[in-house]
Design a protein around this ligand. Structure first.
Ligand code: FAD
Length: 283
């Protein structure tokens, strides 16, 4: 199918884009990599009057390291992130897990901002942002806000972005030498959206876990942190029994049944993958 007609807008600066967003509010949609938006348009799942293409705004695509934080522009492509040296050095979990996103052609077009704005519960990036304690910088014509990843995502395909908002930057604190990371996911075929995935950060000093962040993707109700498991781990000495017990909490999450798998399969995968990701983070 072909999309319903729309007027194509191609701003050359963030300021110009924000003017258009302010003017057209609910009648305009942002086009980034188009890897989710264009299929939705072609299937006529959505329609609107104006398409705002932000690909011609050079100032929205960059990766910088400043004040112990990575600053990533919203239209930076997955593939750029996957191979970037600064990301490899300061957010190794992000470069490793980006390889699990779709296929190379999708990673060459899709953007970090598009993935986070879309907030697909089965996508890798929302879970990674939770674990990496990221901050989203959101601009509208009248204000700029910084939103912690913990507050940014809602339920299925829900984020804190409102009409008139543009996600412009993602900030990620540099990884500390005491932190270890793990990422595991299971999908039926390479490149498919994951049935279930788990991202983990553990901060360990003298064999004791001082901080833990665990996020699950692909389960019902949107991307979510496994807070019970995190609390179980913090303050304890790492050993096999502790990791086994912590991963048991993944069985308590609510999971959906669909044509890809039952809720029982998803819960089983959540436990097994959590255990494997915790072991990887300890190593
Ligand atoms: P677009 O499709 O352009 O936009 C998505 C939504 O975000 C739209 O509503 C748009 O208006 C909004 N938006 C975009 N940028 C901004 C911004 N800066 N501010 C405010 N709103 C904005 N994703 C995964 O995570 N994992 C996978 O395994 C995976 N597999 C895929 C396989 C295939 C075959 C395909 C086609 C897609 C797959 N995807 C997967 C989806 C893909 O990652 C998309 O790229 C991503 O979801 C959206 O990023 P985008 O840049 O393409 O955004």
């Amino acid at each position: 199918m072909k999309p319903a007609p729309f007027i194509y807008l191609a701003p050359k600066s963030t300021e110009e884009a924000l003017e258009f967003l302010d003017l057209h509010q609910d009648d305009v949609r942002v086009l980034a990599g188009g890897q989710s938006l264009v299929p939705m348009l072609n299937f006529r799942l959505i329609r609107f009057d104006y398409l705002l293409d932000i690909n011609g705004i050079p100032e929205l695509s960059y990766i910088r390291s400043e004040h112990e934080r990575l600053h990533i522009g919203a239209t930076t492509r997955y593939r750029t992130i996957e191979v970037n040296r600064l990301i490899q050095a300061h957010a190794p979990l992000l470069s490793k897990a980006t390889h699990f996103v779709a296929h190379l052609p999708v990673r060459t077009r899709g953007t970090i901002g598009g993935s986070l704005a879309h907030a697909d519960p089965a996508a890798e990036y929302p879970a990674l942002m939770l674990v990496l304690n990221a901050t989203m910088v959101v601009k509208s014509k009248s204000h700029t806000s910084e939103i912690a990843a913990d507050d940014f995502f809602g339920g299925l395909f829900e984020s804190k972005l409102s009409a008139g908002d543009l996600l412009v930057e993602i900030q990620i604190p540099h990884a500390k030498p005491t932190q270890g990371f793990g990422f595991k996911e299971y999908s039926r075929r390479t490149g498919d959206l994951a049935l279930v995935g788990v991202a983990v950060m553990l901060d360990i000093a003298n064999h004791v876990i001082t901080d833990a962040r665990i996020a699950l993707l692909g389960l019902s109700g949107g991307v979510q942190r496994l807070l019970e498991a995190e609390n179980h781990l913090i303050g304890k000495k790492v050993n096999e029994e502790l990791i086994e017990h912590a991963s048991d909490f993944a069985m308590n999450v609510s999971a959906q049944s669909d044509l890809h798998g039952t809720d029982a399969l998803r819960k089983h995968l959540a436990k097994v993958l959590t255990k494997d990701a915790l072991i990887e983070a300890c190593q």
